[in-house]
Design a protein around this ligand. Structure first.
Ligand SMILES: *Cc1c(COP(=O)(O)O)cnc(C)c1O
Length: 231
Protein backbone atom coordinates (compact mmCIF):
# COMPACT_ATOMS: atom_id res chain seq x y z
CA UNK A 1 0.00 0.00 0.00
CA UNK A 2 1.31 3.48 -0.81
CA UNK A 3 2.00 5.90 2.00
CA UNK A 4 -0.80 8.12 0.73
CA UNK A 5 -3.27 5.22 0.85
CA UNK A 6 -2.08 4.37 4.37
CA UNK A 7 -2.43 7.97 5.52
CA UNK A 8 -5.90 8.20 4.00
CA UNK A 9 -6.94 5.08 5.88
CA UNK A 10 -5.79 6.65 9.14
CA UNK A 11 -7.50 9.95 8.49
CA UNK A 12 -10.76 8.18 7.60
CA UNK A 13 -10.59 6.23 10.85
CA UNK A 14 -9.92 9.42 12.83
CA UNK A 15 -12.80 11.15 11.09
CA UNK A 16 -15.16 8.27 11.89
CA UNK A 17 -13.97 8.14 15.51
CA UNK A 18 -14.42 11.89 15.94
CA UNK A 19 -17.92 11.67 14.47
CA UNK A 20 -19.01 8.78 16.65
CA UNK A 21 -17.52 10.52 19.67
CA UNK A 22 -20.15 13.26 19.28
CA UNK A 23 -23.01 11.06 18.03
CA UNK A 24 -22.67 12.10 14.41
CA UNK A 25 -22.61 9.90 11.32
CA UNK A 26 -19.24 9.83 9.52
CA UNK A 27 -21.11 10.11 6.20
CA UNK A 28 -22.27 13.61 7.15
CA UNK A 29 -18.68 14.80 6.89
CA UNK A 30 -16.84 15.18 3.60
CA UNK A 31 -13.12 14.60 3.63
CA UNK A 32 -11.53 17.19 1.35
CA UNK A 33 -7.95 16.23 0.46
CA UNK A 34 -5.87 19.41 0.21
CA UNK A 35 -3.38 18.72 -2.56
CA UNK A 36 -1.69 22.11 -2.94
CA UNK A 37 2.01 21.83 -3.88
CA UNK A 38 1.50 18.08 -4.54
CA UNK A 39 2.05 16.55 -7.97
CA UNK A 40 -0.80 15.09 -10.00
CA UNK A 41 0.48 11.55 -9.30
CA UNK A 42 -0.24 12.02 -5.59
CA UNK A 43 -3.81 12.95 -6.43
CA UNK A 44 -4.08 9.85 -8.64
CA UNK A 45 -2.82 7.70 -5.76
CA UNK A 46 -5.49 9.08 -3.43
CA UNK A 47 -8.20 8.83 -6.10
CA UNK A 48 -7.27 5.18 -6.68
CA UNK A 49 -8.32 4.42 -3.10
CA UNK A 50 -11.61 6.24 -3.30
CA UNK A 51 -10.81 9.91 -2.56
CA UNK A 52 -12.95 12.13 -4.82
CA UNK A 53 -12.81 15.65 -3.36
CA UNK A 54 -9.59 17.65 -3.74
CA UNK A 55 -8.79 21.19 -2.62
CA UNK A 56 -6.29 23.55 -4.26
CA UNK A 57 -5.03 27.00 -3.21
CA UNK A 58 -3.03 28.34 -6.12
CA UNK A 59 -4.91 28.91 -9.33
CA UNK A 60 -2.21 28.30 -11.94
CA UNK A 61 -1.02 25.13 -10.23
CA UNK A 62 -4.60 23.93 -9.84
CA UNK A 63 -5.47 24.48 -13.50
CA UNK A 64 -2.47 22.44 -14.61
CA UNK A 65 -3.49 19.54 -12.40
CA UNK A 66 -7.14 19.72 -13.48
CA UNK A 67 -5.90 19.45 -17.05
CA UNK A 68 -3.55 16.54 -16.27
CA UNK A 69 -6.30 14.68 -14.41
CA UNK A 70 -9.26 15.35 -16.68
CA UNK A 71 -9.74 11.59 -17.12
CA UNK A 72 -10.75 11.29 -13.44
CA UNK A 73 -14.14 12.20 -12.01
CA UNK A 74 -12.79 14.58 -9.36
CA UNK A 75 -14.78 17.17 -7.45
CA UNK A 76 -12.48 20.22 -7.38
CA UNK A 77 -12.61 22.79 -4.58
CA UNK A 78 -10.79 26.11 -4.68
CA UNK A 79 -9.82 27.04 -1.11
CA UNK A 80 -7.23 29.78 -1.61
CA UNK A 81 -7.61 33.54 -1.68
CA UNK A 82 -9.13 34.75 -4.95
CA UNK A 83 -8.72 38.19 -6.54
CA UNK A 84 -11.77 39.41 -8.37
CA UNK A 85 -9.89 39.52 -11.71
CA UNK A 86 -9.18 35.76 -11.41
CA UNK A 87 -12.73 34.52 -11.00
CA UNK A 88 -13.26 33.24 -14.56
CA UNK A 89 -11.09 30.10 -14.40
CA UNK A 90 -12.68 29.20 -11.08
CA UNK A 91 -16.16 29.60 -12.58
CA UNK A 92 -15.11 27.47 -15.55
CA UNK A 93 -13.22 24.63 -13.87
CA UNK A 94 -14.26 24.15 -10.24
CA UNK A 95 -17.25 22.66 -8.41
CA UNK A 96 -16.76 24.57 -5.16
CA UNK A 97 -15.18 27.82 -3.99
CA UNK A 98 -14.70 28.17 -0.21
CA UNK A 99 -13.35 31.71 0.06
CA UNK A 100 -16.01 34.16 -1.13
CA UNK A 101 -15.93 37.24 1.10
CA UNK A 102 -17.72 39.90 -0.92
CA UNK A 103 -20.62 40.32 -3.30
CA UNK A 104 -18.53 41.38 -6.27
CA UNK A 105 -16.77 37.99 -6.41
CA UNK A 106 -20.13 36.20 -6.39
CA UNK A 107 -21.55 38.44 -9.11
CA UNK A 108 -18.58 37.78 -11.38
CA UNK A 109 -18.71 34.02 -10.76
CA UNK A 110 -22.41 33.83 -11.50
CA UNK A 111 -21.93 35.75 -14.74
CA UNK A 112 -18.90 33.67 -15.77
CA UNK A 113 -20.26 30.22 -14.92
CA UNK A 114 -20.57 28.46 -18.29
CA UNK A 115 -24.02 27.55 -19.53
CA UNK A 116 -24.83 23.90 -19.01
CA UNK A 117 -22.76 23.56 -15.84
CA UNK A 118 -24.58 23.22 -12.52
CA UNK A 119 -24.35 26.27 -10.21
CA UNK A 120 -20.98 26.75 -8.53
CA UNK A 121 -21.17 25.82 -4.83
CA UNK A 122 -19.78 28.54 -2.62
CA UNK A 123 -18.94 29.04 1.02
CA UNK A 124 -18.50 32.45 2.58
CA UNK A 125 -15.21 32.81 4.40
CA UNK A 126 -15.57 34.35 7.85
CA UNK A 127 -12.73 36.08 9.68
CA UNK A 128 -13.80 34.30 12.85
CA UNK A 129 -10.77 35.16 14.98
CA UNK A 130 -10.95 38.82 13.92
CA UNK A 131 -7.38 38.89 12.68
CA UNK A 132 -6.31 42.01 10.83
CA UNK A 133 -4.20 39.93 8.43
CA UNK A 134 -6.86 37.33 7.64
CA UNK A 135 -9.19 37.11 4.69
CA UNK A 136 -12.89 36.74 5.20
CA UNK A 137 -15.85 38.92 5.99
CA UNK A 138 -16.89 40.01 9.46
CA UNK A 139 -19.71 38.06 11.10
CA UNK A 140 -21.93 41.20 11.14
CA UNK A 141 -21.77 41.39 7.35
CA UNK A 142 -23.11 37.86 6.86
CA UNK A 143 -26.90 38.29 6.76
CA UNK A 144 -26.78 40.92 4.02
CA UNK A 145 -24.08 39.12 2.05
CA UNK A 146 -25.87 35.76 2.14
CA UNK A 147 -29.14 37.38 1.02
CA UNK A 148 -27.47 39.17 -1.87
CA UNK A 149 -25.46 36.14 -3.00
CA UNK A 150 -28.51 33.87 -2.76
CA UNK A 151 -30.23 35.91 -5.46
CA UNK A 152 -27.57 35.12 -8.06
CA UNK A 153 -28.60 32.43 -10.57
CA UNK A 154 -25.43 30.46 -11.26
CA UNK A 155 -23.94 30.09 -7.81
CA UNK A 156 -25.37 28.20 -4.86
CA UNK A 157 -24.56 29.46 -1.37
CA UNK A 158 -23.90 26.36 0.74
CA UNK A 159 -22.53 27.75 4.01
CA UNK A 160 -19.53 29.13 5.83
CA UNK A 161 -15.79 28.51 5.92
CA UNK A 162 -13.12 29.62 8.38
CA UNK A 163 -9.48 29.23 9.24
CA UNK A 164 -9.37 30.14 12.95
CA UNK A 165 -6.21 31.63 14.40
CA UNK A 166 -3.61 28.96 15.18
CA UNK A 167 -3.54 28.31 18.92
CA UNK A 168 -2.44 25.62 21.39
CA UNK A 169 -5.38 26.46 23.62
CA UNK A 170 -8.01 23.83 22.86
CA UNK A 171 -10.77 25.87 24.54
CA UNK A 172 -10.06 28.86 22.34
CA UNK A 173 -9.97 26.55 19.32
CA UNK A 174 -13.32 24.98 20.18
CA UNK A 175 -14.84 28.42 20.87
CA UNK A 176 -14.02 29.65 17.37
CA UNK A 177 -15.61 26.57 15.77
CA UNK A 178 -18.61 26.93 18.03
CA UNK A 179 -19.11 30.56 16.96
CA UNK A 180 -19.10 29.35 13.35
CA UNK A 181 -21.77 26.81 14.18
CA UNK A 182 -23.94 29.52 15.83
CA UNK A 183 -23.50 31.85 12.86
CA UNK A 184 -24.68 29.13 10.48
CA UNK A 185 -27.67 28.35 12.73
CA UNK A 186 -28.68 32.02 12.76
CA UNK A 187 -28.46 32.24 8.97
CA UNK A 188 -30.43 29.02 8.51
CA UNK A 189 -33.52 30.72 9.98
CA UNK A 190 -33.81 32.81 6.80
CA UNK A 191 -31.84 30.43 4.52
CA UNK A 192 -32.73 26.82 5.38
CA UNK A 193 -30.86 25.56 2.31
CA UNK A 194 -27.49 26.30 3.96
CA UNK A 195 -25.95 22.96 4.88
CA UNK A 196 -22.18 23.41 4.99
CA UNK A 197 -19.53 24.29 7.53
CA UNK A 198 -16.06 24.05 6.00
CA UNK A 199 -13.70 23.94 8.96
CA UNK A 200 -11.02 21.72 10.48
CA UNK A 201 -7.54 20.94 9.13
CA UNK A 202 -4.93 18.30 9.99
CA UNK A 203 -4.26 19.81 13.42
CA UNK A 204 -7.83 20.47 14.53
CA UNK A 205 -10.12 18.05 12.75
CA UNK A 206 -11.67 16.60 15.91
CA UNK A 207 -12.79 19.85 17.61
CA UNK A 208 -14.14 21.06 14.25
CA UNK A 209 -16.22 17.90 13.83
CA UNK A 210 -17.47 18.21 17.40
CA UNK A 211 -18.76 21.69 16.53
CA UNK A 212 -20.60 20.59 13.41
CA UNK A 213 -18.09 20.71 10.57
CA UNK A 214 -19.42 19.10 7.38
CA UNK A 215 -16.23 19.49 5.29
CA UNK A 216 -12.80 18.98 6.82
CA UNK A 217 -9.86 20.20 4.72
CA UNK A 218 -6.92 17.87 5.30
CA UNK A 219 -3.53 18.24 3.62
CA UNK A 220 -0.53 17.28 5.74
CA UNK A 221 -2.12 14.23 7.37
CA UNK A 222 -2.77 12.73 3.93
CA UNK A 223 0.15 13.88 1.76
CA UNK A 224 2.84 14.58 4.38
CA UNK A 225 4.57 17.85 5.24
CA UNK A 226 4.64 20.39 2.44
CA UNK A 227 7.88 21.90 1.20
CA UNK A 228 8.21 25.56 2.11
CA UNK A 229 6.71 27.61 -0.70
CA UNK A 230 9.05 30.15 -2.25
CA UNK A 231 7.68 33.67 -1.96
C1 LIG B 1 -3.33 24.23 3.34
C2 LIG B 1 -4.74 24.39 3.77
C3 LIG B 1 -5.41 23.36 4.46
C4 LIG B 1 -4.76 22.06 4.87
O1 LIG B 1 -3.91 22.26 5.96
P1 LIG B 1 -3.17 21.01 6.67
O2 LIG B 1 -2.75 21.59 7.96
O3 LIG B 1 -2.03 20.64 5.78
O4 LIG B 1 -4.16 19.92 6.81
C5 LIG B 1 -6.75 23.56 4.76
N1 LIG B 1 -7.40 24.70 4.44
C6 LIG B 1 -6.79 25.71 3.79
C7 LIG B 1 -7.56 26.94 3.46
C8 LIG B 1 -5.44 25.59 3.45
O5 LIG B 1 -4.84 26.61 2.82
Amino acid sequence: MSIIAENLDKVRLQLADSARHCQRQPEEITLLAVSKTRPAEDIRAAYAVGQCDFGENYLQEALEKIHQLHDLNICWHFIGPLQSNKTRPVAEHFHWLHTVDRLKIGQRLSKQRPEGMPPLNICIQVNISDEASKAGCNPEELPELVSALSGLPNIRVRGLMAIPKATDDSNEQAAAFKRMNSLLLELQAAHPQLDTLSMGMSGDMQPAIEQGSTIVRIGTAIFGARPARPA
